[in-house]
Design a protein around this ligand. Sequence first.
Ligand code: ADP
Length: 398
Amino acid sequence: MEDTVLVVNCGSSSIKLALFDGKHRKLASALAERLNQNGAFARIDGDQQTIPLKPDASQDEALEALVTAFRDRKVMASVPAAIGHRVVHGGETFREAVLIDEGVVSAIEDCAGLAPLHNPVNLSGIRATLTLFPDVPQAAVFDTAFHQTLPKRAFLYALPESWYRNWGVRRYGFHGTSHAFMALEAARLLGKTQATTSVISAHLGNGCSITAIRDGISVDTSMGLTPLEGLVMGTRSGDVDPGLFDFLRGKGVGAEEVHRVLNQESGLLGLSGQSNDMRSLCELADHGHEPSQTAIDVFCFRLARYIGAMMASLRHLDALVFTGGIGENSARVRQETVSHLRLMGFKLSEELNKHHGEISDGRIESADSRFPVLVIPTNEELVIAREASRLAGAADPS
Ligand code: ADP
């Protein structure tokens, strides 16, 4: 058996696969999109040819097609030694990644009420790979697990305690795999151990969240019961006044519609009226499109407020870290955000902020900044691959 690791990220309309070698170097990746809609397609990254799929292909069908394509093109010569799955919600059951067995499958099912759009599709990916590779150890790596160290004062809402006790209404936090990677990488870049490193980690992609990491563990985070709370995101509103629901009911807009708009038509898209894509908004703003500039301003200001809020959880700060598509690539967003934080002593070097990839090891603060500021590319697939190998190794007596 070759010691490759397959990473599966099965979402509601897409599947991403990545294959790593035994040293956790990425060998290949593949993507299937627009699943369960008319127009599904799949391809291996870097390969011009698309992989044939039924137009309304399901997750199971797409996964099988991607695995077959990996095999046919000799990308995956034999069965992998381990498989790692991204699972969105582990509730309070899972504090870390686990090897999948029947009990784990049913516990993930039990958490589905907390993530009805995600856990069932994550599970369909797990079931499909269990059928395709019945003898391979498979691990579930949860987006929520890293945040299970949050203290009560950070995870409880000021709601009737019985809502938490009976229904699990509390803050869970997401993007845990990415924030955990930031804790590790920041420590490495700063020449410290993870257990002594405290950072504020801002993951800014289509979904956005920020986490306070104290001595290597998560102690506060911006996403809550669902991934809707907190920062402004591509199409999600982040924080709003919950009184909005009653107010809009008075205007004839029902709760379901408000929920849909908050998730799908708000955030950068809602504010700009144009796009959920930060790069497009920056271009539009450069051409004088005011609503796009407003969207960027609201995004950065909300983020700056949250950076301030995260300070309440830390005894000291080793670095502010930016990651995710926006955090890694948008010097403009980093600059505008940090410009709100001068009172706290954060300052960027214009030069390093623009060219950090070429001239520094991710450090972008100016010489007179009170705190280091880092840009670190996230790599959730790598974390999942490492966890899967570790757990599979532990399971294998040889
Ligand atoms: P996902 O959460 O789907 O993984 P990503 O982490 O890939 O998303 O982030 C996507 C976001 O990153 C988009 O808003 C995209 O516009 C933004 N982005 C990528 N490159 C740049 C860039 N050079 N400048 C500004 N934004 C960028």
